[in-house]
Design a binder for this molecule. Structure first.
Ligand SMILES: Cc1cc2nc3c(=O)[nH]c(=O)nc-3n(C[C@H](O)[C@H](O)[C@H](O)COP(=O)(O)OP(=O)(O)OC[C@H]3O[C@@H](n4cnc5c(N)ncnc54)[C@H](O)[C@@H]3O)c2cc1C
Length: 366
């Protein structure tokens, strides 16, 4: 999902490619947090829109206050450009909040975003989750923030970028290795080695590391890329509401269930698509029935070591003509971070250009 307000660069890129509001579906994002085995949820966020009020029961109380306090503290840390080393656990520990409420709400929410354990969630740099909060506030406290789904799917964005570049784009051409010869970057592909003026490695950190691992000139970058951690996740698209609360009054767009170790979410796409379809993280819980599709991923687990590596890698950008982009370099693991990291590289390569000006309108954000 894409936030029209928290994703300024992604939104500008889509607009520049002719993908306007006509191509997006509005998704009011509500959240239910539950403990496995308990019928009553810990928290159900409100949605005062007419369509949602009928039959839906928000659950507030002390746990909701704990959750809101930590969301607010995270947003404040980001707004004040606070240290990237301040973890989610640090923010919680600095406040006199009940440990169980912190685990069942904020840590569970962070763990579900990343696919890590609830304990590991405490180690996430708070600013890495701020990207999901900052700028995504609802119009008023009882409203649900509205996010967007690209009606055509995200592949449309990639196709439009490729089309706008004309015939110079080669797809389905995996690069096998990156080397440096005579000070210039070279790519090893199926057709052999080719030299270039510049190479931008826009993959996850492990794939980037695989590509540069054999090149001694790029060893400092390789060492930094090794600092990023990823966790395996499995996601299924299905029709069975198995992981939704038993009582529909507690159904939200995102329903997160936590046990002692894991917290995984189910996203309800029904109201947007007109039929009840769910997307569930099922890495550590039972598979639902009636699965339409499933896929395995490796999701970034933001860590302080990774945040430090991202900062250090900035000073290696462009050495021997090799640049790195990707969401792991942009804070939160999101589409916005990926685009923002790419804009930073383009700025280093191209100083002027109408297209760059459109997507990089606000330099303070890059
Ligand atoms: C299940 C799931 C749900 C998510 N939901 C959201 C969401 O709702 N909103 C959001 O903002 N973010 C979401 N994210 C995060 C978001 O998808 C990532 O942050 C984003 O895709 C990262 O973009 P990237 O360009 O850094 O890397 P990638 O998207 O991984 O792109 C890297 C590309 O490099 C290619 N590649 C790799 N190796 C080579 C090679 N050797 N040669 C050539 N090409 C290569 C890959 O095929 C891939 O296309 C989600 C992630 C997951 C796993």
């Amino acid at each position: 999902m894409l936030s029209p307000t928290a994703y300024p660069c992604h939104t500008a890129l889509r607009r520049a490619l002719g993908l306007s509001v006509d191509h997006t579906l509005d998704v009011p994002v509500t959240t239910t947090l539950s403990r496995a085995g308990r019928a009553a949820p810990t928290l159900v966020t409100p949605d005062s829109s007419a369509a949602a009020t009928e039959g839906r029961t928000p659950v507030s109380g002390p746990a909701a206050h704990t959750f809101t306090e930590l969301l607010t503290a995270t947003a404040r840390l980001e707004a004040e450009n606070g240290p990237v080393t301040t973890t989610v656990g640090d923010l919680a520990g600095a406040r006199d909040l009940p440990v169980d409420e912190v685990r069942d709400t904020f840590l569970a929410w962070c763990a579900s975003l990343v696919g890590c354990t609830v304990d590991q969630a405490a180690e996430i740099p708070a600013r890495a989750v701020a990207g999901w909060i900052t700028g995504a506030s609802p119009e008023h406290p009882d409203a649900a923030p509205v996010w967007h789904l690209l009606a055509t799917g995200l592949g449309e964005l990639v196709s439009r970028i490729a089309d706008s570049l004309g015939s110079n784009v080669r797809v389905g051409a995996p690069v096998r290795a990156i080397d440096v010869e005579d000070g210039r970057p070279c790519l090893l592909g199926a057709a052999g080695m080719s030299a270039y003026d510049a190479v931008v490695v826009a993959t996850s950190a492990p794939r980037a590391l695989d590509l540069v691992a054999g090149c001694s000139d790029l060893k400092p970058s390789a060492e930094l890329l090794a600092a990023f951690d990823y966790v395996p996740t499995t996601v299924a698209l299905h029709r069975d509401p198995a992981h939704m609360p038993a009582d529909r009054a507690y159904w939200s767009t995102t329903c997160i269930t936590t046990d002692d170790r894991w917290a995984e979410s189910t996203v309800r796409l029904g109201p947007v698509l007109g039929t009840d379809v769910f997307k569930s993280w099922i890495t550590h819980r039972a598979e639902p029935e009636d699965i339409i599709a499933r896929a395995d991923f490796r999701q970034l687990r933001p860590t302080v070591a990774g945040a430090r590596a991202a900062r250090s890698l900035a000073s290696h950008q462009g050495r021997h003509g090799v640049y790195f982009a990707g969401s792991h370099l942009g804070g939160a693991d999101s589409q916005e971070s990926a685009v923002r990291s790419a804009i930073r590289v383009v700025r280093a390569l191209v100083t002027r250009g109408d297209r760059l000006a459109v997507v990089a309108a606000d330099p303070s954000r890059h």
